[in-house]
Design a protein around this ligand. Sequence first.
Ligand SMILES: Nc1ncnc2c1ncn2[C@@H]1O[C@H](COP(=O)(O)OP(=O)(O)OP(=O)(O)O)[C@@H](O)[C@H]1O
Ligand SMILES: [Mg+2]
Length: 496
Amino acid sequence: MVQSMGFGIDFGTTNSVAAVFNGEELTAFVDPNNLPHPSVLWYKGEPQPIVGREAKKRIKDFGNTPGNKFITSIKSQIHKQEEFEIFGKPYYTWQFASEIFRFLKEDAKERYPGYPDMMEAVVTVPLYFNGKQRKAIRKAAERAGIAVKTFIHEPFAAVVGYLFADPSQVEYLKEKRENILVFDWGGGTLDITLVKLDSGTIYEVNNQGYPDKSGDYFDELLMKDVIDTFQQENGITPHGFRLEPGIESILLHEVEFAKIDLSRKDNVSILLADGFYSINGKRYPLFSDISRRHFETIINDDIQDAMSLVDRALHQAHLQASQINQVLLIGGTSRIPLLKKQMRNTFGTTKVIEIPNADTVIAEGAAIISFYDWPPELVRPICIQLSDESHYTIFDKKTILKPEFAQKGVVFFCTDNREGEGRLIITENRGEQGHQVKEIVSVPVSNKLKNIYTERVVADFRVDLDVILRISARGSVEGKAVYLDIHDLCYGLRFA
Ligand SMILES: Nc1ncnc2c1ncn2[C@@H]1O[C@H](COP(=O)(O)OP(=O)(O)OP(=O)(O)O)[C@@H](O)[C@H]1O
Ligand SMILES: [Mg+2]
């Protein structure tokens, strides 16, 4: 069934975007300067925070000075269960995220007459977001009146947004066979996906990523460097050095802007004249000159690590760089010139593509998937290795990754119960490359000799609404069920 409008949301660490697709036109909701909405909240006394660009702009003026609290990069903390206190009131991280979802919806409603108050949307997530993180995002969206239809990986949504924005291309794409590498380096995560387009299907072949070393991490590295230089130049000992929280948040913000500027300039400076730091009654301003070359020395190792992940993706997929047809650079951190240079060296200048809608393409891809109602499908069969080394298939490839299509209960018998454990070896069938072990689940069973060959392990496999494969298994030992989640399944979808 095709619904009349598809909604997609890219909830990002630094920036967030909502998009809608009506089968002909794609609309992404950005701010008046054509930029995505910053994922920033500014609490300044009232219960309702100011969200987006207005909040981000004001970090420079107020920082976390008394009476002001800025919440940034909440996506990186979404797994946290504890409460955060703001002016005496407790909040969970999903509540902050919910303010961003609500803001995106209100903004879209103002500009797009048909944008509803309640909707079902495809929401994107980084590759390695686990069940807890997805649940928190689902809750955040639901509380803002947005039901999550399904989760799609961010780079995968990007490639869909890139290829399928023009509906007249769909016919043409049916005939195409291509290998596309999506390199999405944002504020919180690096997500690399190798995608195959083949006979009306598009699917992830290999996924690689870092959960933490991204734009925010570079800001922290640069801030540390700026502070170290400040201390050296002013003869201030690092021991016991502490910036006021207000100043620290302003400096971090200035450092981010300096970092971004360094992608187009050779030198930048940061000036915090007033009361940057004071000790023993003496006030010190901060004036910092930073060259691109110096910044590159700070981040060089991380750039090389990111390039190694690209190599690993190619290696694991048994592909050479020359077999990649297109490389999509997405995410603000991918704009760093050193990274772009290395990508071009690896793949050749013409294959590395920087698209004009790089900031919105993920949300657009999600809106397209939502419009066509393309459900995610399993790319490779999930199996259990049996004692004779053969494999029993739990879910075949192309299984739709939704609870109603992907659930199975199976009973296994232990061939050897002497150690009191039954082992379920879960593998992914990689075709010619054989089976790769994904997880080993150890289930307590009776080790009584007489039970040999009869000791049972009852296992239940199901993919939940958050596209997580949940496995529960129990043997004869009372109360000793074992639970396991697999959250790194490769997705694919059939568009023809
Ligand atoms: N020209 C630039 N050069 C270097 N870094 C940049 C540039 N533009 C933006 N950034 C950085 O990119 C990051 C934001 O990128 P993006 O908007 O893609 O992230 P996000 O989607 O919010 O994060 P994620 O996908 O990790 O959740 C920030 O750290 C920002 O400072
Ligand atoms: Mg992103």
